[in-house]
Design a protein around this ligand. Sequence first.
Ligand code: AMP
Length: 175
Amino acid sequence: MTLKEKINDTIRDVEDFPKKGIVFKDITPILDDPSLSEEIVDEFCLSLPKGVTHIAGIESRGFLFGFPAAMKNKSGFILIRKKGKLPYKTVSVTYDLEYGTAEIEMHIDAVKTGDKVIIHDDLLATGGTAVAAAKLIQSQGAEILGFSFVVELAFLEGRKRLEEFTSNITSIVKY
Ligand code: AMP
């Protein structure tokens, strides 16, 4: 079985979560399979361009594969979190959701001018969160080298919104 097939077989679809009409791609069964999880981290590392100084993981499922991949690649790891969770001085970005707005932030010293960053999350949907993360990182002078996801909901066309930052957008499984 290929890695794509294994992920496809393991992810659980949860209908009508968090609200009616959404099919939530639940990756928690992958976490119960250490060899599959390791394969995902290895594949993620293979896709990384040379010169990546940091992987930025988006709360919270972006931490699961992002941090092991950063360690393996000998890169630093940055936490991008919802407002109010980080203890030190932060910079933040507000972005639109379907209803209302959301705010994400990172520590002010997480990246600096000249750093080369890959933004990672478990899943790309509309791309709104990843765009906000990219703005946050650019606001500190760092460069976006790419975006990396385990799953991409291609029918939502989030990829189009990320192309203004870079054409290096990778995902292992597309739906
Ligand atoms: P978006 O900003 O629309 O790209 O949404 C991305 C964020 O929402 C990611 O952190 C995903 O983990 C989560 N998300 C959105 N839609 C789904 C879905 N259908 N299944 C699982 N996670 C989702």
